[in-house]
Design a binder for this molecule. Structure first.
Ligand code: FES
Length: 170
């Protein structure tokens, strides 16, 4: 065999080896990247939380409810207990409010005698439908996404920027 044939064979074998290595690398590497890196790059996705039966809500009277808030953040799932305010109107429609005052982020309560929500920090008052009645709050109470499924109230817990006239999700 002359040297040019040997050189051609070596080049061909080198090329075949390179293709096989690339195929093996892709076969192993692509699923590995998908399995390890992509979940970490995913946006934090809040989940629907079951906060209880809709029948437990009285008509027209806000009720404070507990919400187990779970966020999937890549590999990690974090769970925290939050509260929220739910109001069922006469038609059976349910409105759910974030428990955080839109002024500077304090917690507020329903004052049944006054029929208003009251934030004690700087005395903002809100109506049962979340509108600002008085005080420094720059916007109505923040509503949360809700749906009713099989008689259960489901909520996505979210938080919004305090002190802003616009409702900006954090
Ligand atoms: S934080 Fe509620 S009125 Fe200021």
């Amino acid at each position: 065999m002359n040297t040019s044939e040997e050189k051609g064979r070596r080049t061909f074998l080198g090329w075949v080896t390179g293709v096989i290595a690339a195929v093996i690398g892709a076969t192993v590497g692509i699923p590995l990247v998908g399995y390890t890196i992509l979940p970490a790059l995913k946006r934090r996705e809040p989940e629907w939380t079951d906060v209880g039966p809709v029948d437990s809500l009285p008509f027209g009277i806000p009720k404070e409810m507990a919400c187990i808030h779970t966020i999937a953040d890549g590999w990690h799932k974090t769970t925290t207990k939050k509260s929220l305010w739910a109001v069922k109107d006469k038609t059976g429609a349910v409105m759910v409010y974030s428990p955080i005052c839109t002024h500077l982020g304090c917690g507020y309560r329903w004052e049944s005698e006054q029929q208003k929500f009251h934030c004690p920090c700087h005395h903002s008052f809100f109506s049962v439908d979340g509108k600002v009645l008085s005080g420094p709050a720059p916007r109505p109470l923040d509503t949360l996404p809700t749906k009713i499924k099989n008689g259960r109230l489901l909520v996505i817990y979210k938080e919004f920027k305090a002190g802003s006239a616009a409702k900006i999700e954090l």
